[in-house]
Design a protein around this ligand. Structure first.
Ligand code: GLN
Length: 288
């Protein structure tokens, strides 16, 4: 089947899309994600309906989306307008980083650790983007008071919409990392952040799906990717007390550098570097 329009049954359409994506160097599983989205069916129904025809209207939208993804690299999440995170769906667009599975692990670490340190903590999510971390924590830890900051008004607009949609009580504040929290004299018990951490020199080696579509503000940081941690940690030093728990997502080669930055401000602390599901260093966690 080399022409999309000759295909009609769901399995034929999928086969065309998978091959087309492969020929264009794209991941084939995007064919399933997008077809399920345009058909608006559950996973179970999707697999039961393989012999059914795809309605023409759906087919033309689907073919356009597959072609757009194949040729420009526009992520499926941008084509659909939403992305899953921790079992919920979030609005995403070009102003926010698309949620990554590694960040679900970051959130899981925070939830587990918070239950050890404090039952009703004040949590601050720095650089919240679409709001996924703050909103998940507010919903999973109903006794917590959750703040979320971002310097991007456009990102906060998306985050606020997501909080309303999920009925999560998150207090949003615009500003540079921890700045709005310092201004409000809030004592943070827990700090969590997935800041920009990619070195600008890595850009030539990155996939177009990431570097042309995720906001640069959310990806790249100066000082070999460490500038955001430096800034956040120097701001943390201005808090009246060290937070009881701090959890950062990090690049896989940044465990030691970020730990050293922490130890420069809190010499008695014991930063721990944790790995993600791929076995790569992905988090630094500091318990007081
Ligand atoms: N984890 C993202 C990626 O690999 C980077 C996001 C970030 O810098 N916080 O594309």
């Amino acid at each position: 089947m080399n022409n999309a329009m000759e295909a009609n049954k769901q399995h034929e359409v999928l086969k065309w899309a998978s091959l087309f994506l492969e020929e264009n160097g794209r991941e084939q599983h995007v064919a399933v994600i997008l077809l399920k989205h345009y058909l608006q069916v559950s996973t179970a129904k999707f697999y039961m309906n393989m012999q059914e025809p795809v309605p023409e209207k759906v087919l033309s939208k689907y073919v356009a989306a597959i072609k757009e993804h194949a040729t420009t690299g526009m992520p499926a999440q941008h084509l659909m307008g939403y992305a899953p995170f921790y079992g919920r769906e979030y609005k995403v667009n070009e102003h926010v980083l698309i949620p990554r599975p590694e960040t679900e692990e970051l959130v899981q670490q925070v939830i587990t650790a918070v239950n050890d340190v404090d039952k009703s903590p004040t949590i601050v999510d720095i650089g919240t983007g679409s709001g996924i971390i703050a909103i998940t924590l507010a919903l999973e830890l109903p006794n917590a008071i959750v703040y979320a900051t971002d310097i991007s008004e456009e990102a906060l607009t998306v985050a606020k919409e997501n909080a309303v949609y999920h009925q999560a009580a998150v207090k949003f504040a615009t500003g540079d990392f921890l700045e709005p929290i310092l201004q409000r004299n809030v004592q943070a018990d827990v700090i969590v952040s997935n800041p920009p951490y990619i070195a600008i020199s890595e850009a030539p080696f990155m996939a177009d799906t990431v570097k042309h579509f995720d906001p640069k503000l959310a990806l790249f940081a100066d000082r070999n990717g460490l500038a955001a941690y430096e800034k956040i940690i120097s701001q943390m030093a201005q808090l009246p007390k060290m937070p009881r728990l701090t959890v950062f997502e990090i690049g896989y080669q940044q465990g030691k550098s970020v730990s050293d930055l922490i130890k420069a401000v809190y010499p008695d602390s014991h930063p721990q570097v944790l790995q993600d599901m791929n076995g790569k260093d992905r988090m630094v966690i500091i318990k007081k």
